[in-house]
Design a protein around this ligand. Structure first.
Ligand code: 9WN
Length: 417
């Protein structure tokens, strides 16, 4: 019922000019890591569209290398904050072609591009995207790393897991003041219960306005932003991104670049293992650089460094105990386990299929095939039961958030391949 044909029809319906919007009801523009997951799924059914998806996203790249969280390729109503709020315009030196938001998202586009290349074998595609992918990795190191090892983000939206309980600490530490704005995401009372709270939104908007006032100047924001966080999911995907640039460079015959990015992957992987593993909680935890303290929360983000091969054998043995807590629900794997877990609200408990896909692959990399199989099987059960919903209640399986959600449709195609 929710098979290949219906997945393709959702993606076709959500496709615009060279890119796929995440959802027609909630997110009417191109989003960064959404397009990456969409490309992974499309690679198996519409390879030309997969290549274009990646290419279009990279066309929104800033001159400094950053690939933005949102590219506003067309006018669309129904989303806040739109381009007028971010004010990153075509008149700015940061970018010449398209209005965008002022932040990025986890660098999933790099491994996604490698995935599309592996499926299609199209060398012209590889050669077209590799310079942009490498520039994006360079940007992370130049603008978003204090030590050349781990990278940081400066907005919860940049983590892709917006209202994760991991961000409550840093967000509590600052006063957003009086922020006036109108949300457009709570289309009805049911959805209002499944979206982030106003408390979160006040802080999201205050951070956007601060970025805008400082002209999106990275050096000043590093000093002045109250939210400067080394997110473990972003760092895990940064390791994967460096590995992908290394693999694509080697394939293109550039052994020097391949060696450099292999070494960077190893540096970041080791830093994750040595500095971001929390033995008491049995998983990786993010770090608040503004307050100089760890954010000890059991978020699914803390399991994703498996994808980077980061845990030592000893750490992974400890992680298995924590993993059991994530697998103790009817449907694996909730986005968060702990106090005030909310089965229905966004990144505070529901199961999301993109984090399940990353976790499944991470567990396979660590040789934990039985647990990986469980995550995959539960994902397929959810898809079968509810269709391409945005997220799911981990106990009842009920679909939450948007319907006809692009990455849910796309990843169903990747799982079926
Ligand atoms: C802000 C598009 C995006 C995803 C994020 C998800 C949600 C946006 C929002 O939707 O965030 O980026 O407005 O809530 O949290 O992971 O990329 O699907």
């Amino acid at each position: 019922m929710h098979g290949r044909e219906s997945a393709v029809s959702v993606l076709d319906a959500n496709r615009r000019d060279g890119y796929t919007i995440p959802s027609a009801t909630l997110y009417p523009f191109q989003w960064n890591w959404d397009s990456a997951f969409v490309a992974v799924g499309l690679a198996h059914v519409e390879p030309e569209a997969a290549k274009r998806e990646v290419r279009t996203l990279l066309d929104a790249r800033w001159e400094n290398g950053m690939v933005p969280q949102i590219a506003f390729w067309s006018d669309a109503a129904g989303y806040f904050p739109g381009p007028e709020e971010w004010r990153v315009g075509t008149d700015r030196t940061v970018h010449a072609d398209v209005e965008t938001s002022g932040i990025t998202q986890p660098p999933m586009v790099v491994p996604a591009a490698e995935y599309v290349y592996e499926v299609t074998g199209d060398e012209a595609f590889r050669d077209s995207v590799l310079p942009d992918l490498e520039a994006y990795c360079e940007w992370w190191l130049r603008e978003r790393s204090d030590d050349g090892e781990l990278v940081w983000v400066r907005h919860p939206w940049a983590t892709g897991m917006d209202d994760s309980p991991a961000w409550v600490g840093p967000l509590e530490r600052f006063d957003p003041g009086e922020v006036s704005y109108t949300r457009k995401d709570r289309k009805d009372s049911e959805l209002a219960e499944q979206r982030p709270t106003d408390w979160d939104y006040d802080r999201y908007v205050a951070l956007v306005r601060q970025g805008r006032e400082l002209g999106w100047d990275e050096a000043r924001l590093r000093e002045e932003s109250p939210f400067v966080v080394e997110d473990v999911l972003t760092n895990a995907l940064f390791v994967r991104a460096c590995e992908s640039v290394a693999a694509l460079s080697a394939d293109a015959g550039d052994e020097a670049a391949a060696e450099r990015w292999r070494a960077q992957a190893e540096t970041t992987r080791r830093a994750l293992s040595e500095r971001r593993f929390d033995d008491d909680r049995g998983l990786f935890v993010s770090y608040d650089l503004a307050a100089d303290e760890p954010l000890p929360v059991r978020s699914i983000a803390g399991l994703i460094p498996t994808l980077a091969g980061a845990p030592t054998d000893e750490q992974f043995a400890r992680m298995r105990e924590t993993l059991d807590e994530f697998l103790a629900y009817e449907y694996a794997a909730p986005s968060y386990v702990g106090p005030e877990m909310d089965y229905d609200r966004y990144w505070r408990g529901p199961v999301w299929l993109n984090t399940n896909w990353l976790l499944e692959r991470g567990l396979r990399r660590m040789g934990a095939d039985a647990e990986a199989d469980r995550v995959r099987a539960d994902s397929l059960r959810l898809l079968d039961r509810e269709g391409f919903r945005e997220y799911f209640n981990p106990e009842t399986g009920s679909g939450r958030g948007s319907g006809r959600f692009s990455w849910s449709a796309a990843l169903s195609l990747a799982w079926a391949a």
